[in-house]
Write a new protein. Structure first.
Length: 227
């Protein structure tokens, strides 16, 4: 079984996808981490996003899991799980994901991993922006996760603070993050390759007023109804 969760940044899809996978005993694949890792690889090589596309086959990208079931990411043998979770890397990932060669390269990898994970564990949960429309349009369950921009900014700021980033003026930081998220939404929806949009048969899940536990329960019940 394939479960696809799509939606804008900080909508809650990653947390929900990971916990749904744990509840169902499925494997989880965070596709956004893959774009972040390639953005970091391009920076490390000092290459523009366009030029980097020509050397994609030389990049070694390995995904794994820690003892708690959280996805880990290694780039050319180096653990970059924490390094790719910065605010700047999120913006860089959005930029590099607009290039068709990058998306084609990762979509193929995501399809291979999703099929393998599903065979090994009986199911796979993938989150991203084009999972239900491009990567696995045949997914048994598609969910499009949304939340209002301010709520998403508050969630993203909390994530960054947990990772050690300090923002003395939190209101100013929230305003800036909200503006960044709205701009990223527009860029992701407007790109030609794999734009952010809901699949016609996707279930809309607004997480603005929901706890992670409530989000997970909704998705799990839909998944069980399809098994």
């Amino acid at each position: 079984m394939i479960i696809a969760l799509d939606g804008p940044a900080a909508s809650g899809k990653s947390t929900t996808a990971r916990l749904v996978a744990q509840r169902l005993g499925f494997r989880y694949l965070d596709t956004g981490a893959m774009y972040r890792a390639l953005a970091l690889a391009a920076q490390q090589r000092g290459m523009t996003d366009e030029a980097f596309a020509s050397v994609l086959p030389s990049v070694r990208l390995d995904l794994g899991y820690d003892a708690d079931g959280n996805q880990t990411v290694a780039l050319d043998g180096e653990d970059v799980t924490a390094a790719i979770r910065t605010r700047d890397m999120g913006l860089a990932a959005s930029a590099i994901s607009r290039h068709a060669p990058v998306r084609e390269y990762l979509v193929q990898m995501q399809q291979e991993l999703g099929r393998r994970y599903s065979e090994e564990a009986g199911g796979a949960v993938l989150d991203g922006r084009d999972i239900g429309t491009v990567v696995f349009p045949q997914a048994e369950l598609k969910v499009f996760v949304i939340a209002d921009a301010r709520t998403r900014a508050e969630r993203r700021l909390a994530e960054l603070e947990v990772r050690g980033e300090v923002y003395p003026d939190r209101e100013a930081a929230l305003d800036a993050l909200e503006a960044e998220l709205v701009a990223r939404d527009h860029a992701d929806a407007a790109r030609a390759a794999g734009p952010l949009r809901a699949a016609p048969d996707a279930i809309l899940l607004d997480t603005t007023e929901l706890s992670p536990e409530e989000q997970v329960e909704i998705v799990v019940q839909h998944a069980l109804a399809r098994q």
